[in-house]
Design a protein around this ligand. Structure first.
Ligand SMILES: [Fe+2]
Ligand SMILES: [Fe+2]
Length: 487
Protein backbone atom coordinates (compact mmCIF):
# COMPACT_ATOMS: atom_id res chain seq x y z
CA UNK A 1 0.00 0.00 0.00
CA UNK A 2 1.22 3.45 -0.69
CA UNK A 3 0.17 6.54 1.12
CA UNK A 4 1.70 9.88 1.87
CA UNK A 5 2.34 11.35 5.27
CA UNK A 6 3.43 14.87 6.17
CA UNK A 7 6.68 13.54 7.57
CA UNK A 8 7.98 12.27 4.25
CA UNK A 9 6.53 14.94 1.98
CA UNK A 10 6.54 18.68 2.50
CA UNK A 11 3.01 19.22 1.25
CA UNK A 12 2.63 22.87 2.25
CA UNK A 13 3.92 25.36 -0.28
CA UNK A 14 6.25 27.94 1.16
CA UNK A 15 5.43 31.33 -0.38
CA UNK A 16 7.74 33.37 1.85
CA UNK A 17 10.68 32.74 -0.43
CA UNK A 18 11.63 34.12 -3.81
CA UNK A 19 10.82 30.73 -5.31
CA UNK A 20 7.66 29.21 -3.82
CA UNK A 21 8.18 25.50 -3.31
CA UNK A 22 7.24 22.35 -1.47
CA UNK A 23 10.68 20.80 -1.82
CA UNK A 24 12.22 22.38 1.28
CA UNK A 25 14.43 24.63 -0.80
CA UNK A 26 15.33 26.66 2.31
CA UNK A 27 17.40 23.71 3.54
CA UNK A 28 19.27 23.05 0.32
CA UNK A 29 21.59 26.04 0.06
CA UNK A 30 23.40 24.93 -3.09
CA UNK A 31 20.22 24.28 -5.05
CA UNK A 32 18.59 27.44 -3.75
CA UNK A 33 21.55 29.52 -4.84
CA UNK A 34 21.59 27.95 -8.32
CA UNK A 35 17.86 28.50 -8.83
CA UNK A 36 17.99 32.06 -7.50
CA UNK A 37 20.71 32.74 -10.04
CA UNK A 38 18.55 31.31 -12.83
CA UNK A 39 15.42 33.21 -11.73
CA UNK A 40 16.34 36.70 -13.10
CA UNK A 41 17.32 35.11 -16.42
CA UNK A 42 13.94 33.47 -16.52
CA UNK A 43 12.22 36.84 -15.93
CA UNK A 44 14.34 38.35 -18.72
CA UNK A 45 13.20 35.53 -21.01
CA UNK A 46 9.57 36.11 -20.02
CA UNK A 47 9.82 39.83 -20.78
CA UNK A 48 11.64 39.27 -24.04
CA UNK A 49 9.81 36.24 -25.45
CA UNK A 50 6.58 35.94 -23.41
CA UNK A 51 3.27 37.75 -24.09
CA UNK A 52 4.15 41.02 -25.83
CA UNK A 53 3.44 44.38 -24.15
CA UNK A 54 1.49 42.94 -21.24
CA UNK A 55 3.78 43.72 -18.31
CA UNK A 56 1.25 46.12 -16.76
CA UNK A 57 -1.84 43.97 -17.30
CA UNK A 58 -3.52 42.64 -14.18
CA UNK A 59 -4.71 39.16 -15.00
CA UNK A 60 -7.16 36.99 -13.06
CA UNK A 61 -4.90 33.97 -12.65
CA UNK A 62 -4.89 30.85 -10.60
CA UNK A 63 -1.74 30.16 -8.64
CA UNK A 64 -0.96 26.80 -7.12
CA UNK A 65 -0.91 27.00 -3.33
CA UNK A 66 -0.72 23.31 -2.58
CA UNK A 67 -0.62 19.94 -4.28
CA UNK A 68 -3.78 18.52 -2.77
CA UNK A 69 -5.98 17.68 -5.81
CA UNK A 70 -8.94 19.43 -4.18
CA UNK A 71 -8.39 23.11 -3.64
CA UNK A 72 -4.80 23.41 -4.80
CA UNK A 73 -5.18 26.83 -6.41
CA UNK A 74 -6.20 30.35 -5.49
CA UNK A 75 -7.43 33.02 -7.92
CA UNK A 76 -6.63 36.72 -8.03
CA UNK A 77 -5.50 39.59 -10.28
CA UNK A 78 -1.73 39.46 -10.80
CA UNK A 79 0.75 41.21 -13.08
CA UNK A 80 2.34 38.36 -14.99
CA UNK A 81 6.00 39.20 -14.33
CA UNK A 82 5.04 39.04 -10.60
CA UNK A 83 3.41 35.61 -10.94
CA UNK A 84 4.67 33.22 -8.28
CA UNK A 85 6.27 30.54 -10.39
CA UNK A 86 7.04 27.74 -8.01
CA UNK A 87 8.41 24.23 -7.69
CA UNK A 88 5.68 21.81 -6.80
CA UNK A 89 5.89 18.06 -6.58
CA UNK A 90 3.03 15.68 -5.90
CA UNK A 91 3.35 14.07 -2.45
CA UNK A 92 5.78 11.21 -2.07
CA UNK A 93 4.24 7.76 -2.00
CA UNK A 94 5.94 5.79 0.74
CA UNK A 95 7.33 2.47 -0.47
CA UNK A 96 6.78 3.21 -4.17
CA UNK A 97 8.45 0.67 -6.44
CA UNK A 98 9.49 0.86 -10.09
CA UNK A 99 6.34 -0.21 -11.94
CA UNK A 100 7.82 -1.56 -15.21
CA UNK A 101 10.94 -2.56 -17.11
CA UNK A 102 13.87 -4.65 -16.00
CA UNK A 103 14.03 -3.07 -12.53
CA UNK A 104 10.33 -3.68 -11.91
CA UNK A 105 9.54 -4.17 -8.24
CA UNK A 106 12.73 -2.53 -6.95
CA UNK A 107 12.37 0.60 -4.80
CA UNK A 108 11.87 3.74 -6.91
CA UNK A 109 15.09 5.75 -7.33
CA UNK A 110 15.44 8.93 -5.30
CA UNK A 111 18.69 9.78 -7.11
CA UNK A 112 19.57 9.46 -10.80
CA UNK A 113 20.98 6.00 -11.52
CA UNK A 114 24.39 6.55 -13.10
CA UNK A 115 23.77 4.22 -16.05
CA UNK A 116 20.65 6.21 -17.07
CA UNK A 117 21.97 9.68 -16.51
CA UNK A 118 22.35 10.60 -20.19
CA UNK A 119 19.00 9.10 -21.14
CA UNK A 120 17.15 10.95 -18.37
CA UNK A 121 18.88 14.21 -19.08
CA UNK A 122 17.88 14.02 -22.74
CA UNK A 123 14.25 13.23 -21.92
CA UNK A 124 14.09 16.15 -19.48
CA UNK A 125 15.61 18.57 -21.95
CA UNK A 126 13.23 17.56 -24.77
CA UNK A 127 10.20 17.85 -22.49
CA UNK A 128 11.48 21.06 -20.87
CA UNK A 129 12.10 22.67 -24.25
CA UNK A 130 8.43 22.42 -25.25
CA UNK A 131 7.28 24.48 -22.25
CA UNK A 132 8.85 27.87 -23.07
CA UNK A 133 8.45 27.13 -26.80
CA UNK A 134 4.66 27.29 -26.68
CA UNK A 135 4.78 30.57 -24.77
CA UNK A 136 6.97 31.99 -27.53
CA UNK A 137 4.64 30.69 -30.23
CA UNK A 138 1.72 32.45 -28.57
CA UNK A 139 3.55 35.70 -27.89
CA UNK A 140 1.50 37.97 -30.15
CA UNK A 141 -1.97 36.53 -29.64
CA UNK A 142 -3.12 38.86 -26.87
CA UNK A 143 -3.26 41.77 -29.33
CA UNK A 144 -6.16 40.08 -31.15
CA UNK A 145 -7.96 38.44 -28.23
CA UNK A 146 -11.66 37.79 -28.96
CA UNK A 147 -12.52 38.67 -25.33
CA UNK A 148 -10.97 39.35 -21.94
CA UNK A 149 -12.06 35.86 -20.91
CA UNK A 150 -10.04 34.32 -23.74
CA UNK A 151 -7.10 36.61 -23.12
CA UNK A 152 -7.05 35.47 -19.50
CA UNK A 153 -7.13 31.83 -20.56
CA UNK A 154 -4.20 32.42 -22.90
CA UNK A 155 -2.19 34.02 -20.10
CA UNK A 156 -3.11 31.25 -17.67
CA UNK A 157 -1.77 28.69 -20.11
CA UNK A 158 1.34 30.82 -20.67
CA UNK A 159 2.24 31.26 -16.99
CA UNK A 160 1.68 27.56 -16.35
CA UNK A 161 3.91 26.56 -19.25
CA UNK A 162 6.44 28.85 -17.60
CA UNK A 163 5.93 26.94 -14.37
CA UNK A 164 6.43 23.67 -16.22
CA UNK A 165 9.79 24.99 -17.33
CA UNK A 166 10.57 25.67 -13.66
CA UNK A 167 9.54 22.11 -12.84
CA UNK A 168 11.99 20.62 -15.34
CA UNK A 169 14.74 23.08 -14.48
CA UNK A 170 14.42 22.07 -10.83
CA UNK A 171 15.11 18.44 -11.78
CA UNK A 172 18.04 19.38 -14.04
CA UNK A 173 19.67 21.66 -11.50
CA UNK A 174 19.09 19.45 -8.47
CA UNK A 175 20.11 16.13 -9.99
CA UNK A 176 22.48 16.84 -12.89
CA UNK A 177 25.10 19.16 -11.42
CA UNK A 178 26.95 21.42 -13.81
CA UNK A 179 25.47 19.68 -16.89
CA UNK A 180 21.99 20.38 -15.54
CA UNK A 181 22.78 24.04 -14.87
CA UNK A 182 24.05 24.42 -18.42
CA UNK A 183 20.95 22.79 -19.86
CA UNK A 184 18.81 25.15 -17.75
CA UNK A 185 20.54 28.12 -19.35
CA UNK A 186 20.19 26.71 -22.84
CA UNK A 187 16.46 26.21 -22.32
CA UNK A 188 16.21 29.99 -22.08
CA UNK A 189 18.39 30.56 -25.14
CA UNK A 190 16.62 28.56 -27.82
CA UNK A 191 13.65 30.32 -29.45
CA UNK A 192 10.66 28.96 -31.33
CA UNK A 193 11.25 29.11 -35.12
CA UNK A 194 14.64 30.83 -34.69
CA UNK A 195 16.92 30.05 -37.64
CA UNK A 196 20.06 29.51 -35.57
CA UNK A 197 18.68 28.27 -32.26
CA UNK A 198 15.27 26.72 -32.85
CA UNK A 199 13.31 24.71 -30.31
CA UNK A 200 13.99 20.98 -30.46
CA UNK A 201 10.71 19.58 -31.83
CA UNK A 202 9.05 20.53 -35.13
CA UNK A 203 5.55 21.36 -33.86
CA UNK A 204 7.09 23.85 -31.45
CA UNK A 205 8.62 25.83 -34.27
CA UNK A 206 5.31 26.26 -36.09
CA UNK A 207 3.59 29.61 -35.80
CA UNK A 208 0.47 30.08 -33.72
CA UNK A 209 -0.75 32.95 -35.90
CA UNK A 210 -4.40 33.20 -34.85
CA UNK A 211 -6.77 32.21 -32.07
CA UNK A 212 -8.23 29.26 -33.89
CA UNK A 213 -4.70 27.85 -34.11
CA UNK A 214 -4.27 28.53 -30.40
CA UNK A 215 -7.41 26.59 -29.51
CA UNK A 216 -6.42 23.72 -31.81
CA UNK A 217 -2.91 23.75 -30.35
CA UNK A 218 -4.14 23.57 -26.76
CA UNK A 219 -6.57 20.80 -27.65
CA UNK A 220 -4.24 18.65 -29.76
CA UNK A 221 -0.68 19.57 -28.85
CA UNK A 222 -1.14 20.11 -25.12
CA UNK A 223 -2.72 16.66 -25.18
CA UNK A 224 0.58 15.29 -26.48
CA UNK A 225 2.04 17.00 -23.41
CA UNK A 226 -0.45 15.13 -21.28
CA UNK A 227 0.51 11.77 -22.82
CA UNK A 228 4.25 12.41 -22.41
CA UNK A 229 3.75 13.53 -18.81
CA UNK A 230 1.58 10.49 -18.14
CA UNK A 231 4.33 8.23 -19.46
CA UNK A 232 6.99 10.06 -17.42
CA UNK A 233 4.76 10.09 -14.32
CA UNK A 234 5.25 6.29 -14.27
CA UNK A 235 9.01 6.73 -14.09
CA UNK A 236 11.14 4.75 -11.68
CA UNK A 237 13.01 8.03 -11.03
CA UNK A 238 10.69 9.21 -8.30
CA UNK A 239 11.32 12.99 -8.38
CA UNK A 240 10.41 12.95 -12.10
CA UNK A 241 7.26 10.98 -11.40
CA UNK A 242 6.16 13.38 -8.67
CA UNK A 243 6.95 16.43 -10.80
CA UNK A 244 4.94 15.13 -13.75
CA UNK A 245 2.00 14.12 -11.60
CA UNK A 246 1.57 17.68 -10.44
CA UNK A 247 2.09 19.13 -13.94
CA UNK A 248 -0.79 16.97 -15.15
CA UNK A 249 -3.24 18.77 -12.89
CA UNK A 250 -2.38 22.02 -14.70
CA UNK A 251 -2.35 20.42 -18.16
CA UNK A 252 -6.03 19.51 -17.86
CA UNK A 253 -7.00 23.19 -17.91
CA UNK A 254 -4.97 23.79 -21.08
CA UNK A 255 -6.88 21.11 -22.95
CA UNK A 256 -10.13 22.52 -21.57
CA UNK A 257 -9.20 25.94 -23.01
CA UNK A 258 -8.71 24.31 -26.42
CA UNK A 259 -11.80 22.12 -26.42
CA UNK A 260 -14.02 24.87 -25.08
CA UNK A 261 -12.55 27.41 -27.53
CA UNK A 262 -13.10 25.25 -30.61
CA UNK A 263 -16.54 24.28 -29.30
CA UNK A 264 -17.54 27.94 -28.99
CA UNK A 265 -16.34 28.66 -32.54
CA UNK A 266 -18.48 25.76 -33.81
CA UNK A 267 -21.46 26.95 -31.77
CA UNK A 268 -21.24 30.48 -33.17
CA UNK A 269 -20.87 29.28 -36.79
CA UNK A 270 -23.88 26.99 -36.56
CA UNK A 271 -26.00 29.67 -34.86
CA UNK A 272 -25.07 32.24 -37.50
CA UNK A 273 -25.91 29.76 -40.29
CA UNK A 274 -29.30 29.06 -38.73
CA UNK A 275 -30.04 32.77 -38.28
CA UNK A 276 -29.21 33.36 -41.96
CA UNK A 277 -31.14 30.28 -43.11
CA UNK A 278 -28.05 28.57 -44.56
CA UNK A 279 -28.01 24.78 -44.23
CA UNK A 280 -25.46 23.88 -46.92
CA UNK A 281 -22.16 23.65 -45.04
CA UNK A 282 -20.21 23.48 -48.31
CA UNK A 283 -21.44 26.95 -49.30
CA UNK A 284 -18.32 28.50 -47.82
CA UNK A 285 -18.77 31.83 -49.54
CA UNK A 286 -22.19 32.47 -47.96
CA UNK A 287 -21.01 31.33 -44.54
CA UNK A 288 -17.98 33.60 -44.68
CA UNK A 289 -20.21 36.56 -45.48
CA UNK A 290 -21.52 36.07 -41.94
CA UNK A 291 -17.98 36.63 -40.60
CA UNK A 292 -17.81 33.24 -38.91
CA UNK A 293 -15.50 30.29 -39.59
CA UNK A 294 -17.08 27.72 -41.91
CA UNK A 295 -17.07 24.11 -40.74
CA UNK A 296 -14.93 22.73 -43.64
CA UNK A 297 -12.18 25.19 -42.66
CA UNK A 298 -12.42 24.02 -39.06
CA UNK A 299 -11.95 20.46 -40.33
CA UNK A 300 -8.82 21.58 -42.18
CA UNK A 301 -7.43 23.13 -39.01
CA UNK A 302 -8.17 19.90 -37.13
CA UNK A 303 -6.33 17.94 -39.83
CA UNK A 304 -3.27 20.15 -39.59
CA UNK A 305 -2.86 20.29 -35.82
CA UNK A 306 -3.61 16.61 -35.44
CA UNK A 307 -0.95 15.51 -37.93
CA UNK A 308 1.71 17.89 -36.60
CA UNK A 309 1.03 16.59 -33.11
CA UNK A 310 1.23 12.91 -34.13
CA UNK A 311 4.77 13.62 -35.30
CA UNK A 312 5.69 14.55 -31.72
CA UNK A 313 5.47 10.90 -30.69
CA UNK A 314 8.55 10.12 -32.76
CA UNK A 315 9.11 7.03 -34.89
CA UNK A 316 6.55 4.33 -34.09
CA UNK A 317 9.27 1.70 -33.91
CA UNK A 318 12.12 3.03 -31.86
CA UNK A 319 15.12 1.63 -30.03
CA UNK A 320 15.17 4.74 -27.81
CA UNK A 321 11.58 4.12 -26.79
CA UNK A 322 12.40 0.51 -25.98
CA UNK A 323 15.50 1.52 -24.02
CA UNK A 324 13.64 4.09 -21.92
CA UNK A 325 10.94 1.55 -21.09
CA UNK A 326 13.31 -1.28 -20.25
CA UNK A 327 15.33 1.08 -18.07
CA UNK A 328 12.21 1.96 -16.08
CA UNK A 329 12.51 5.63 -17.03
CA UNK A 330 9.46 6.20 -19.27
CA UNK A 331 6.40 3.96 -19.06
CA UNK A 332 3.18 3.62 -20.97
CA UNK A 333 -0.08 5.56 -20.63
CA UNK A 334 -1.73 4.32 -17.40
CA UNK A 335 1.08 1.76 -16.94
CA UNK A 336 -0.03 0.63 -13.50
CA UNK A 337 -3.58 -0.03 -14.71
CA UNK A 338 -2.48 -2.30 -17.58
CA UNK A 339 -2.90 -6.03 -17.24
CA UNK A 340 0.37 -7.56 -18.40
CA UNK A 341 3.79 -8.32 -16.97
CA UNK A 342 5.04 -4.69 -17.47
CA UNK A 343 8.33 -6.10 -18.77
CA UNK A 344 7.06 -6.91 -22.30
CA UNK A 345 9.99 -9.04 -23.43
CA UNK A 346 7.57 -11.68 -24.79
CA UNK A 347 4.84 -9.38 -26.18
CA UNK A 348 4.07 -7.97 -29.60
CA UNK A 349 2.21 -4.92 -30.90
CA UNK A 350 0.67 -4.23 -34.32
CA UNK A 351 2.11 -1.26 -36.18
CA UNK A 352 0.52 0.26 -39.30
CA UNK A 353 2.76 0.97 -42.29
CA UNK A 354 2.75 1.10 -46.08
CA UNK A 355 3.86 -2.09 -47.82
CA UNK A 356 3.67 -2.33 -51.62
CA UNK A 357 1.38 0.68 -51.86
CA UNK A 358 -1.05 -0.52 -49.21
CA UNK A 359 -1.49 0.20 -45.54
CA UNK A 360 -1.08 -2.98 -43.52
CA UNK A 361 -0.58 -3.82 -39.87
CA UNK A 362 2.59 -5.68 -39.01
CA UNK A 363 3.68 -7.32 -35.81
CA UNK A 364 6.56 -5.72 -33.93
CA UNK A 365 7.97 -6.52 -30.52
CA UNK A 366 6.00 -4.63 -27.89
CA UNK A 367 9.19 -3.03 -26.62
CA UNK A 368 10.23 -1.57 -29.95
CA UNK A 369 6.64 -0.35 -30.50
CA UNK A 370 6.32 1.63 -27.24
CA UNK A 371 5.97 4.90 -29.19
CA UNK A 372 3.38 3.37 -31.54
CA UNK A 373 1.32 2.38 -28.55
CA UNK A 374 1.47 5.82 -26.92
CA UNK A 375 0.47 7.30 -30.27
CA UNK A 376 -2.55 5.00 -30.47
CA UNK A 377 -3.51 5.88 -26.90
CA UNK A 378 -3.28 9.55 -27.84
CA UNK A 379 -5.54 9.00 -30.85
CA UNK A 380 -8.20 7.41 -28.64
CA UNK A 381 -7.90 10.23 -26.14
CA UNK A 382 -8.13 12.93 -28.82
CA UNK A 383 -11.17 11.41 -30.49
CA UNK A 384 -13.35 12.21 -27.45
CA UNK A 385 -13.33 15.90 -28.24
CA UNK A 386 -14.30 15.27 -31.86
CA UNK A 387 -17.42 13.48 -30.62
CA UNK A 388 -18.26 16.34 -28.27
CA UNK A 389 -17.78 18.92 -31.04
CA UNK A 390 -20.03 16.89 -33.32
CA UNK A 391 -22.67 16.91 -30.60
CA UNK A 392 -22.61 20.72 -30.59
CA UNK A 393 -23.26 20.70 -34.36
CA UNK A 394 -26.05 18.12 -34.06
CA UNK A 395 -27.85 20.15 -31.41
CA UNK A 396 -28.13 23.08 -33.79
CA UNK A 397 -29.68 20.90 -36.51
CA UNK A 398 -26.84 21.52 -38.99
CA UNK A 399 -25.70 18.40 -40.88
CA UNK A 400 -21.92 18.03 -40.66
CA UNK A 401 -19.46 15.76 -38.88
CA UNK A 402 -15.83 16.27 -38.02
CA UNK A 403 -13.52 13.29 -38.34
CA UNK A 404 -9.97 12.54 -37.27
CA UNK A 405 -7.77 11.91 -40.28
CA UNK A 406 -5.97 8.61 -40.82
CA UNK A 407 -2.81 8.60 -38.73
CA UNK A 408 -0.70 8.47 -41.88
CA UNK A 409 -2.05 11.76 -43.22
CA UNK A 410 0.48 14.58 -43.69
CA UNK A 411 3.21 13.05 -41.56
CA UNK A 412 6.85 14.09 -41.46
CA UNK A 413 8.09 11.54 -38.94
CA UNK A 414 7.69 7.80 -38.57
CA UNK A 415 6.27 5.03 -40.75
CA UNK A 416 4.28 7.36 -43.03
CA UNK A 417 6.84 10.11 -43.45
CA UNK A 418 7.73 9.23 -47.03
CA UNK A 419 4.17 8.45 -48.10
CA UNK A 420 1.24 10.44 -49.40
CA UNK A 421 -1.86 9.40 -47.50
CA UNK A 422 -5.29 11.02 -47.76
CA UNK A 423 -7.30 11.78 -44.60
CA UNK A 424 -9.41 8.71 -45.47
CA UNK A 425 -6.31 6.53 -45.40
CA UNK A 426 -5.84 6.10 -49.15
CA UNK A 427 -2.29 5.73 -50.40
CA UNK A 428 -1.83 8.31 -53.18
CA UNK A 429 0.91 9.41 -55.50
CA UNK A 430 2.80 12.57 -54.62
CA UNK A 431 1.25 14.60 -57.42
CA UNK A 432 -2.25 13.49 -56.70
CA UNK A 433 -1.80 14.30 -53.02
CA UNK A 434 -0.55 17.80 -53.75
CA UNK A 435 -3.31 18.42 -56.28
CA UNK A 436 -5.89 17.70 -53.57
CA UNK A 437 -4.03 19.24 -50.64
CA UNK A 438 -6.14 22.39 -50.39
CA UNK A 439 -9.25 20.33 -49.74
CA UNK A 440 -7.60 18.93 -46.62
CA UNK A 441 -5.39 21.70 -45.30
CA UNK A 442 -5.86 25.47 -45.20
CA UNK A 443 -4.85 27.33 -48.32
CA UNK A 444 -3.40 30.82 -48.21
CA UNK A 445 -6.92 32.10 -48.86
CA UNK A 446 -8.31 30.20 -45.87
CA UNK A 447 -5.53 31.50 -43.64
CA UNK A 448 -6.09 35.11 -44.73
CA UNK A 449 -9.80 34.73 -44.13
CA UNK A 450 -9.20 33.51 -40.56
CA UNK A 451 -6.68 36.29 -40.06
CA UNK A 452 -9.22 38.88 -41.22
CA UNK A 453 -11.50 37.92 -38.32
CA UNK A 454 -8.80 38.43 -35.71
CA UNK A 455 -9.86 41.81 -34.37
CA UNK A 456 -9.54 42.40 -30.64
CA UNK A 457 -12.72 42.55 -28.57
CA UNK A 458 -11.69 43.82 -25.17
CA UNK A 459 -14.82 45.22 -23.56
CA UNK A 460 -16.01 43.48 -20.40
CA UNK A 461 -18.48 40.70 -21.20
CA UNK A 462 -18.20 41.11 -24.98
CA UNK A 463 -17.04 38.56 -27.54
CA UNK A 464 -15.84 38.74 -31.13
CA UNK A 465 -18.52 37.79 -33.63
CA UNK A 466 -16.90 34.49 -34.64
CA UNK A 467 -16.96 32.90 -31.19
CA UNK A 468 -19.79 32.20 -28.74
CA UNK A 469 -19.75 33.31 -25.12
CA UNK A 470 -18.66 30.57 -22.68
CA UNK A 471 -21.44 29.01 -20.68
CA UNK A 472 -19.69 29.49 -17.33
CA UNK A 473 -17.00 31.88 -16.20
CA UNK A 474 -13.62 31.02 -14.73
CA UNK A 475 -13.96 30.23 -11.04
CA UNK A 476 -17.73 30.92 -11.43
CA UNK A 477 -17.23 34.59 -12.22
CA UNK A 478 -20.18 36.44 -13.84
CA UNK A 479 -20.34 37.13 -17.60
CA UNK A 480 -19.17 40.75 -17.35
CA UNK A 481 -16.21 40.00 -15.09
CA UNK A 482 -13.02 41.94 -15.80
CA UNK A 483 -10.67 39.02 -16.38
CA UNK A 484 -7.85 41.29 -17.47
CA UNK A 485 -7.36 44.89 -16.32
CA UNK A 486 -5.50 46.61 -19.13
CA UNK A 487 -3.70 49.67 -17.64
FE1 LIG B 1 3.36 22.20 -20.22
FE1 LIG C 1 0.15 22.72 -21.47
Amino acid sequence: MSKSTPSDAVVEVNYDELIPNNVDLANDARLKKALEKWQPKYIDWWNEAGPVDTQGFEVYLRTAVGVDPTGWAKFGHVKMPDYRWGILLAPKEEGRTIPFGKHKGQPAWQEVPGEYRALLRRLLVVQGDTEPASVEQQRYLSATAPSLYDMRNLFQVNVEEGRHLWAIVYLLVKYFGRDGREEAETLLERRSSDKDKPRILGAFNEETPDWLSFFMFTYFTDRDGKMQLQALAQSGFDPLSRTCRFMLTEEAHHMFVGENGVGRVIQRTCEAMNEAGISDTSDIESVRKLAVIDLPTLQKKINFHYAVTLDLFGAEVSTNGAAAFTAGIKGRFRETKLNDDHVLTADTYMVARVVDGEIVEEEETALSAINARLLDDYIKDASGGIDRWNKIIRKTGIKFEFTLAHKGFNRRIGEFAEHFISPDGEVLGEEQWHATRDQWLCSGIDDSYIQSLMQPCLKKGQYAGWIAEPRVGINDQPGDFEYVRID
